[in-house]
Design a protein around this ligand. Structure first.
Ligand SMILES: C=C(O[C@@H]1C=C(C(=O)O)C=C[C@H]1O)C(=O)O
Length: 284
């Protein structure tokens, strides 16, 4: 039987996907987070790296690989609220249709500040939307990374990603993962690799994913070089962006995930993870 994978193909998954050799009988499609969330929940794929909030919302049906995540501690650079007024003055915010996670995160961050601007779905470049009457625009993924750099860059020999300003040309870029860290002191998990509990991935696929990740992380400069031109960004920016991610769903990531789950989806079913690598499951 064929096992069907669905991959979100943003650059932050390249350290896992670029070197991945799919075993026989595994097929893969790609898409943006909301597409992959729906594909998994509707049974069109069997495993996908999905928005962590969808995993939490559907924890009764889903299980996640125990050692795969797209997570950060502090800034992420690609989940950004672009705004022209201070956060307390926000009135109308445009949300991207590509994302479930960042919308849920924005709602948590706004609620923590007692803010309730109007949230609307609208596509387009952040700067164009800001010029057209929105005072905030939420963007994720590669285009958000590019727009962030366009607003706050360029890097000079004296600056690093972490010392670039948050405001330039009248636009402030609020990095939602950095805000989450300020609020809670936790990591933020954007994605996990989830599957329906009754359809776990073949061991050969998980093994291939682990090998691909080892290869990608071991050659991050090469991954950055391959993707920099396509992104239209300096290699230095892409390399920093990539090594900043936490791909192993380690204990601090799980803590952050549970904290977010408690805040965003109160009353959710217990989160379930498959057996850890190297841990033998006794049968009977
Ligand atoms: C950090 C990011 O993570 C992605 C953001 C997601 C979302 O917002 O729903 C889902 C999967 C993640 O891989 C990003 O691509 O910018």
């Amino acid at each position: 039987m064929t096992y069907r994978a669905g991959w979100i193909h943003y650059t932050n998954v390249a350290p896992i996907l670029d070197s991945l050799v799919l075993p026989n009988n595994v097929t893969a499609v790609t898409g943006v987070p909301t597409e992959m969330n729906a594909a998994l929940l509707e049974g069109r794929v069997d495993i996908a790296n999905i928005s962590a909030v969808e995993f939490i919302r559907h924890a009764d049906k889903l299980e996640a690989l125990p050692d795969f995540s797209v997570a950060v501690l502090g800034p992420v650079y690609s989940v950004n609220l672009f705004h022209t007024v201070p956060l307390p003055n926000l009135r109308r915010v445009a949300l991207t249709r590509q994302s479930a996670m960042s919308v849920a995160l924005l709602e948590v961050l706004l609620a923590a500040r007692g803010l309730s601007p109007t949230l609307e779905r609208a596509e387009g470049e952040a700067e164009n939307l800001l010029a057209s009457g929105y005072d905030g625009v939420l963007r994720i993924g590669d285009s958000a990374l590019r727009e962030w750099y366009r607003v706050v860059g360029p890097l000079t020999p004296e600056t690093t990603m972490t010392t670039l300003p948050h405001t330039a040309r009248g636009i402030t870029v609020t990095d939602l993962a950095e805000e989450w860290f300020r609020l809670t002191g936790h990591t933020f998990v954007f994605a996990v690799w989830a599957y329906r509990k009754d359809a776990p991935p073949p061991a050969a696929l998980v093994q291939a994913m682990r090998e691909a990740r080892r290869e990608g992380i071991g050659h991050l400069a090469d991954v950055a070089r391959r993707h920099a031109a396509g992104l239209g960004l300096p290699e230095r920016v892409v390399q920093h962006y990539l090594w900043n991610f936490r791909y192993h769903l380690e204990a601090p990531d799980r803590l952050g995930l549970h904290e977010f789950a408690a805040q965003a989806v109160p009353g959710h079913a217990p989160l379930r993870f498959g057996p850890r690598p190297g841990v033998r499951v006794e049968s009977g």
